[in-house]
Design a protein around this ligand. Sequence first.
Ligand SMILES: [Zn+2]
Length: 316
Amino acid sequence: MVQDYEALVKRISEASGVGEEEIDRRVEAKRAKLSGLISKEGAAQIVATELGISFDKQTVKINQILPGMRRISLTAKIIELSQIREYQKNNRSGKVLNMVIADETGNARCVLWDTNHISLFEGGQIVKGDTVEISNASLRNSEIHLTAFSDIKKSNSLMEEVKTEIVLLEKKVLELKIADRAKVRAVIVQIFEPRFFEVCLDCGSRARQGLEGGFECEKHGSISSDKVSKRAIVNTVLDDGTETIRAVFFSDHAEKLGLSKDASDFSEKRETIIGKEAYFSGSVRQNKMFGNSEFIINGVEEVDLDRLIEKLEKKG
Ligand SMILES: [Zn+2]
């Protein structure tokens, strides 16, 4: 989700009548007071609250949604729709539906928990590609959640031009939270011996060593060893000066570190990878075994110095 700081300051200024420069000054003061522990956007939200501005109950664009917002109303197009999942919790069963919605400013994951809402999808009244009007939703972990208090209905308006590419927020490692999709500029300070696993060549599913020498595909059952391909998982530690985080590279992304897909050249390449600085993008999840956060990498971009200088000059 984009949180365009300048757009936010503009909105607070318009709603409060306080000049944009003054709001920017208050945001910096707030951050200084909190030793820089909050983002500019977060500080701007506190400043807005102090100015008596509530963004609740307003129709917003996706790039205007902020952490902690409740009663979000928006119109957006469904660009991805997952299958409905059933779950059991405390002897009760429920359903959950995940989708990605987009408008002209950005896109966001959206989670539906109410069976009445989900039945609209089961009955085909709402399908992928439809434009929907959502009201009373709330933001949790960077996702828009709809509960029984929320509402969703098919909109009569059509949205053609929507932003479908996932927009990643650039963050400091210190600011990363579970479920964030973000981009950090950091240095690889540690890299560990790769771990390996096999996948079925036909379907890409995990294949485990069978009892009699062959392999077992989760989908295909027994398969011979020439039907599997070896994949690697490379664990690293990223550091950007604010904090460190374990970053996990699966095969295809390990290639972006300069390794071969099966990481067979790990020992020769190891030295050249340590110290590598880049923009790493991915999602943050909790490691189930150890409970710590891990950054699952799905993109590596070289640091383009010219572009960086240009950006810094613009800011100055
Ligand atoms: Zn298979």
